[in-house]
Design a binder for this molecule. Structure first.
Ligand SMILES: [Zn+2]
Ligand SMILES: [Zn+2]
Length: 405
């Protein structure tokens, strides 16, 4: 799958700059400025019209998701890599999805200065994900209990242009879509959800460093870490698992604290009772909180589930460091809100006999509490990276693949 192409005028020098949809740092090759890209809510893009028409220019919203989808039934585990869009507003004349348009065309950020009127999205993102899981070929839609999740590196709104006078016309192909059907009273102008802010360290003024797709940028001068926010860099505290070996790479994981609603899951003992893991319940387990760990980087769905299960059961003791390591930190490309979506399917993955789990959690849910980044050190072998403390290996090509998803 190719990355979607996105163009944006440099906020500093005005040059047109091409970027990837997953870039979290705007980097101008002309004036060298580096800026955090942040949106309040999902990123919003639009496709530029390619025809002229006397009608009113209206943008119609589509949800777009790219990432891993999971369906865990009583016996089977299914997963799939998705790249899909669905119409996000009630507008019967519009095609139900954007098809291949998002991959074939250039996108632009929606900004307050963007011409045209915007039809608001009336479908919420959880409903969008639920529909995706129901409608996709290859993922069985059975009746009966299942645990599902869509965990994406892209969840955005893409606006498709149409023109409307007494008819409705596709703004890209000029194709007639139907009689005028969009109520102009529901239309509005775009708000200012998008922010570009300096990547100079807010604490010491040094240039922050990090992969352009990473949500975490670090300051090599004062050993602090930052993520994009509405006002610029927001401080984040990173935690690291100690190793006696000499690591070649640090991989990021989200440590997710949650509140279970409708069933009991606070401690290790709760986890063992809920999932029937074949372990004896020891006194410390009754008083030790359990949290989930999930990869904070792009990785194939089966590996995502397996790594989550393995590391959640290992519960590494990751501590804060005085100085940051000087070896590469793998980019954090999975937002915490997406990471939290994975909790039901990881719980399902942990249960040796899932059919016994379903009645215990029926009607329940997970509420997000707190998320922190923990880096696990890996040493390099010819074909794989190995985490020595956990004796866990990840094929090198699995990580390489993950950056090109
Ligand atoms: Zn520039
Ligand atoms: Zn600094």
């Amino acid at each position: 799958m190719n990355g979607v192409h996105l163009s944006h005028q440099c906020p500093q020098c005005g040059a047109p700059v091409e970027l990837e949809e997953t870039d979290r740092i705007f980097s101008c090759p002309f004036c060298q400025v580096r800026l955090f890209i942040h949106a309040d809510g999902p990123f919003e893009y639009y496709l530029k019209p390619r025809i002229t028409h006397p009608g009113t220019l209206i943008y119609v919203p589509y949800w777009r998701f790219r990432g891993n989808a999971f369906v865990l039934g009583p016996l089977e585990t299914q997963h799939k890599i998705l790249d899909s869009s669905l119409l996000a507003a009630h507008s019967p004349a519009m095609p139900p999805s954007l098809g291949l348009r998002t991959q074939a065309m250039h996108l632009s950020f929606v900004e307050p200065t963007t011409d045209g009127l915007f039809l608001p999205a009336d479908m919420k993102s959880p409903d969008f994900k639920a529909r995706l899981l129901k409608s996709l070929p290859g993922l069985a839609t059975r009746t009966g209990p299942s645990l599902t999740a869509c965990v994406g590196d892209v969840l955005s709104l893409i606006y498709q242009p149409v023109f409307q006078n007494d008819e409705l016309v596709d703004g890209i192909t000029g194709q007639y879509l139907g009689p005028a059907g969009i109520n102009v009273e529901t239309l509005g102008r775009p708000g200012s959800h998008l922010h570009f802010a300096s990547t100079l360290c807010p604490q010491c003024g040094w240039d922050l460093v990090g992969d352009r797709q990473s949500l975490v940028q670090t300051c090599p001068h004062c050993d602090t870490a930052w993520e994009p926010g509405a006002e610029g860099g927001q401080p984040v505290t990173l935690h690291f698992l100690h190793t006696e070996e000499k690591p070649a790479l640090y991989l990021p994981f989200w440590n997710l604290r949650f509140r279970a609603k409708g069933f009991r899951l606070q401690t290790w003992a709760d986890l063992i009772r809920l999932t029937n893991l074949p372990r004896a319940i020891l006194p410390w387990m009754e008083s030790t909180a359990f949290s989930f760990r999930v990869p904070a980087f792009k990785i194939r769905p089966e590996l995502f589930l397996n790594l989550s299960a393995q590391i959640s059961l290992y519960q590494p003791e990751a501590t804060e460091l005085e100085t940051l390591p000087r070896i590469p930190l793998h980019p954090v490309t999975l937002a915490r809100t997406e990471a939290f979506q994975a909790l039901p399917v990881i719980l399902g993955r942990l249960a040796p006999a899932r059919k016994n789990l379903f009645p215990k959690i029926q009607g329940g849910s997970f509420g997000p509490l707190e998320a922190r980044i923990e880096y696990l050190p890996f040493v390099e072998e010819p074909q794989e990276f190995v985490q020595p403390e956990m004796s866990m290996a990840i094929q090198k090509n699995a990580l390489f693949w993950s950056t090109t998803l």
